[in-house]
Structures are given as structure tokens and as C-alpha cells.
Ligand binder design. Structure first.
Ligand code: ASP
Length: 328
């Protein structure tokens, strides 16, 4: 039997990143410029994709460290367009590694796709002696065509991560991503997908039912509500919070609308910073608590200084709060 995912068209959207990066020397894996090679050329360079029916589109060509609302809006618009097309089975997105987890989280939050949306990347530029992009792209296509797969996923170094769990954890290694305690949802071995737990689209509260109002607000926004991310550390103070509040008094357009704090350990916050955050909350600026620890989440207990952001990492909690504030 031919599976629907195999029979219908695959769309590959390019946004830039190291996977599309070029350096002057093949031996140079760090001194490159990201976002140089067209996504059509990246696809053409993977022999395994030669027989795959796909449509390729360059949505952006950026270093993902510079990701922001305009590129996100363009990507969401094109992705939503393709997902609505019954002839499209799945979408693969090439993206830089630096903010990949934020884009993946954004797409999952806004679109809750039933179809597979697979983001992939590379840690070495396309010009490298042994680039990792071609294998990652080939693996991403394998996941996109996997019968039953659905939801937003990230493929890198043979592992498949969900948008909710994935974080970049290494500055240089090709296996730069990790799903923390949850672990990867699947892996890809010689083009075959081995699944460990349900696909994100099969998990309750996801899978096709996106909030059309939230999507429309996001696409129409000139800017996301300003949510700042602060980190608690030894010798921390409240000066940053005070400066944010003071700026809001003189310039209401720039006023901070929310603050996410990456606390120490199980969401503890330096007393001096906590006092300033209490003032912010009293002035109507919501404060969300996360942990700066790479693993685990803030385990709720009555003594927590602020509301904990479920299992989300600090950067995802920041984005989640900005999206929630868009509704206000
Ligand atoms: N700065 C690059 C980017 O995020 C890094 C990478 O893709 O690995 O676009």
C-alpha cells in the first residue's frame, strides 16, 4: 500500500543558517557566513532526494541568531499556506541552529499541525570538508515521509526531537541538540525511522486544532509584546528590572509587558532580584519562573517566588508569554 505521506508532495522551505553557510576554506567550520547557499542547491546536493517529488521555496536567507518577527511572519504565512493544501503531505524547513528551538516552538504553538513539519539544520557550513547538512536534510525528509508522523519536529545528527522538548546544548558538536529528560521522539538509521514515543501530533492538546484568532493576531502584529529574559546568579541585583520599569514610564511603546526569569536550581531567585520582580508584578508586569539548569524543570511547591512556566526552557517561556500577551 502506498502511504499518503509518500504519494503526496513534499515542500522544502529554506530560511538560511549554517546549513546554507559558506567559508573560504573547506577546513573552516566556524569562520563562515551563514545563509549563503540557496535551498534549491542544498536539495540538489543530496543524491538520496533525487527521486523525491518536492517543491522548494526560499522564504528567507538569514543567520538565525538574527531571527525576528518579520522572518517568522513570512515563514508562518508560507507554512500555513502549504499545510492547507491537500496535495502537500509534509513540510521540511532548513534553519540555523541558534534559534531553531524557538522557531520550532512558535510553529507548534501557532499551527498545531497534523501533518509533519520537520526543521533541520547543520553545525558545519555547506562548504565544509564533511558537512553534516546533507545527511540531516536526507533524515528530515525520511521523517517527513514517515507514515503516521505529525507535528513540529527537529531532526539533527540522526535524532528526532519534539518542538516542546528540544534545546541546543552544544556550541560545536554536530549532535548539538537534546530533548532533556523526555529524550528524542525517534531516530533515523540508514533512512529508516525508529520511533520511541508518540508523534507530537498524537499527543493530547495538539494535532490540527490551531487557534485561528491567535494566528491572525500574530500575522498582523507590528511587534511582539516586549518580554525580557533575566537570569538569576550570585551577586544579582534589581537594576535591570528597575531600568525596564523606568523606561516604560517615559516611553510607553517600549514598556516591558512581561518578564521571564531563569532562576537558579529549582527556580530560586536571588533576593535582590526577587524584590525588584515583586515590584514589577505589583505594577502589572507578569513574571514567569523557569530554571537556568540545562535539565529538569521547576518542580512546583507553595514557596515558589513566581508562577512557574511548566516544562518550558527560558527562551520558550519568553516566546510563549509574548504570544499569550498578544491576545490582551
Ligand atoms: N549562527 C548560525 C545560525 O543559527 C548557526 C548555525 O546554523 O549552526 O544560523
Amino acid at each position: 500500500m502506498v502511504d499518503a505521506n509518500e504519494a503526496r508532495r513534499l515542500v522544502i522551505l529554506g530560511t538560511g543558517g549554517t546549513i546554507a553557510g559558506r567559508a573560504t576554506a573547506a577546513s573552516d567550520n566556524v569562520g563562515y557566513v551563514a545563509g549563503q547557499v540557496a535551498v534549491a542547491d542544498l536539495v540538489a546536493a543530496v543524491p538520496a532526494l533525487a527521486g523525491v517529488s518536492c517543491e522548494v521555496e526560499q522564504v528567507a536567507q538569514v543567520d538565525s541568531k538574527d531571527m525576528g518577527l518579520p522572518v517568522w511572519q513570512a515563514l508562518v504565512r508560507r507554512l500555513a499556506h502549504h499545510l492547507e493544501d491537500p496535495a502537500v503531505a509534509a513540510v521540511v524547513i532548513t534553519h540555523g541552529t541558534d534559534t531553531l528551538e524557538e522557531t520550532a516552538f512558535l510553529l507548534q504553538q501557532l499551527l498545531q499541525p497534523r501533518k509533519p513539519v520537520v526543521l533541520t539544520c547543520a553545525m558545519r557550513p555547506a562548504s565544509a570538508l564533511t558537512p553534516d547538512g546533507p545527511q540531516n536534510l536526507s533524515d528530515a525528509v525520511a521523517v517527513a515521509r514517515e507514515p503516521g508522523a505529525g507535528g513540529v519536529m527537529v531532526v539533527c545528527a540522526g535524532q528526532v526531537h519534539t518542538a516542546t522538548d528540544v534545546s541546543k546544548v552544544h556550541t560545536y558538536r554536530t549532535d548539538a541538540f537534546d530533548s532533556g529528560d523526555a529524550g528524542p521522539v525517534a531516530c533515523v538509521e540508514e533512512g529508516r525511522v525508529r520511533r520511541f514515543r508518540p508523534w507530537p501530533a498524537d499527543v493530547r492538546a495538539t494535532g490540527g486544532d490551531h487557534d485561528a484568532g491567535a494566528l491572525a493576531r500574530f500575522l498582523a502584529a507590528d511587534a511582539l509584546p516586549r518580554v525580557e529574559l533575566l537570569i538569576s546568579h550570585a551577586d544579582a541585583g534589581g537594576a535591570m528590572v528597575q531600568a525596564l520599569l523606568a523606561q516604560g514610564e517615559t516611553d510607553p511603546v517600549q514598556a516591558v509587558r512581561g518578564i521571564v526569569v531563569a532562576g537558579t536550581g529549582n527556580g530560586t531567585v536571588h533576593q535582590a532580584l526577587a524584590e525588584a520582580l515583586d515590584v514589577a508584578q505589583a505594577r502589572g508586569v507578569p513574571v514567569l519562573l523557569t530554571s537556568r539548569c540545562a535539565r529538569g524543570h521547576v518542580v512546583p511547591h507553595p514557596g515558589l517566588a513566581f508562577v512557574a512556566a511548566d516544562d518550558l526552557s527560558p527562551v520558550k517561556a519568553r516566546l510563549g508569554l509574548a504570544l499569550a500577551l498578544l491576545a490582551d
